[in-house]
Design a protein around this ligand. Structure first.
Ligand SMILES: [Zn+2]
Length: 320
């Protein structure tokens, strides 16, 4: 297995495969950036393989088609362009599920990020999950179980991908990059190994530091650089706003004497400095405002983010 944290679940799935006890609808709960897609594709490939039972052979016709991404019995749907999985897509899945296998083996239907399925779409899927067609394997993924409709999740065999401890993630990323990294790079990405790796590889760690430096300058009199901070917040999508949100929560933790739980562990001196500059009232109001802003920008992509971010930032000046 290419990613060590996938091994535990994979070995349990292999046991089910060898005993022919794989549930017809498998659901993997996997946070983003943890390679859950790699694991479900490995399962799909193995289910479809003409030779292997617990491991795909890699050489049969089915394995070759799978590798090429052209397997006629493997279908997948996922949210497209930020839109939910629609009822039409699910009807297509149902259609695939009842089709005859082209290679004479099993059929696989993958539904990724299934929590982005509306109620009508979920209802359309429900009947097929309740009365599963023979030889059709459903494999679903979700990033959080809470967001998935209970009617769907109760009909699946649920598996949660265990995240490795943060020090293991740090070591794994360091091994990949052949360089040492900060622990806060791991914590900022919720311990998700691939997300932490991408954070460094894409230079987000540098932009994160730049953002904090600009933010610090802006909070200190004469409060210059509002537009420069707003500009930094526009980069990296909404990630930079989330970094600021984590940073402000860290400031709050310092004020409340909970320093051992900081996300910004290496940036603790800066956290302490800014925690000393802001009142708890301001911090609480600005954190609340920022989280509302992030939700607003995520649900309405067409909004003028620069204006809204500048407006939120100016809340720090009026408070001082
Ligand atoms: Zn094979």
């Amino acid at each position: 297995m290419s990613y060590p944290w996938l091994t535990t679940v994979w070995q349990q799935w292999q046991q089910l495969l060898s005993q022919d006890r794989l549930h017809h609808a498998m659901l993997l709960i996997s946070p983003a950036g943890c390679a859950g897609d790699v694991l479900i594709r490995q399962l799909a490939k193995t289910v479809l393989c003409q030779n292997g039972v617990e491991e795909s052979c890699g050489i049969c016709h089915s394995c070759q088609l799978f590798e090429a991404g052209t397997h006629p019995d493997c279908h997948s749907i996922s949210p497209q362009d930020g839109k939910a999985i629609g009822v039409d897509m699910v009807r297509q899945c149902n259609h695939w599920a009842w089709e005859t296998s082209q290679l004479g083996g099993k059929r696989v239907v993958l539904i990724e990020q299934s929590e982005h399925m509306g109620e009508a779409a979920a209802n359309a899927l429900l009947k097929t999950l309740e009365e599963p067609p023979a030889n059709c394997q459903f494999i679903l993924t979700a990033t959080e179980l809470d967001r998935l409709l209970p009617t769907i999740n109760s009909r699946c065999n649920k598996w949660r991908l265990p995240l490795p401890p943060e020090q293991d993630v740090k070591r794994w990323v360091e091994h990949k990059l052949m360089q040492s990294i900060k622990l806060e790079a791991v914590r900022l990405n919720g311990n998700a190994p691939l997300a932490a790796l991408a954070f460094i590889e894409q230079g987000q760690d540098i932009r994160h530091q730049h953002l904090l430096a600009g933010f610090h300058q802006f909070l200190s009199p004469p409060h210059s650089g509002l537009f420069s901070v707003a500009d930094s917040c526009m980069k990296d999508g909404h990630s930079s706003l989330k970094w600021l949100s984590y940073f402000l929560v860290d400031c709050l933790k310092v004020q409340q004497g909970a320093e051992q739980h900081l996300i910004h562990c290496e940036s603790a001196p800066l956290v302490r400095q800014i925690a000393g500059q802001l009142t708890t009232v301001t911090l609480l109001a600005q954190i609340k405002g920022l989280n509302a802003l992030i939700r607003e920008l995520e649900s309405h992509p067409g909004l003028n983010d620069e204006l809204l971010i500048s407006d939120w930032l100016s809340g720090f000046i009026s408070a001082t």
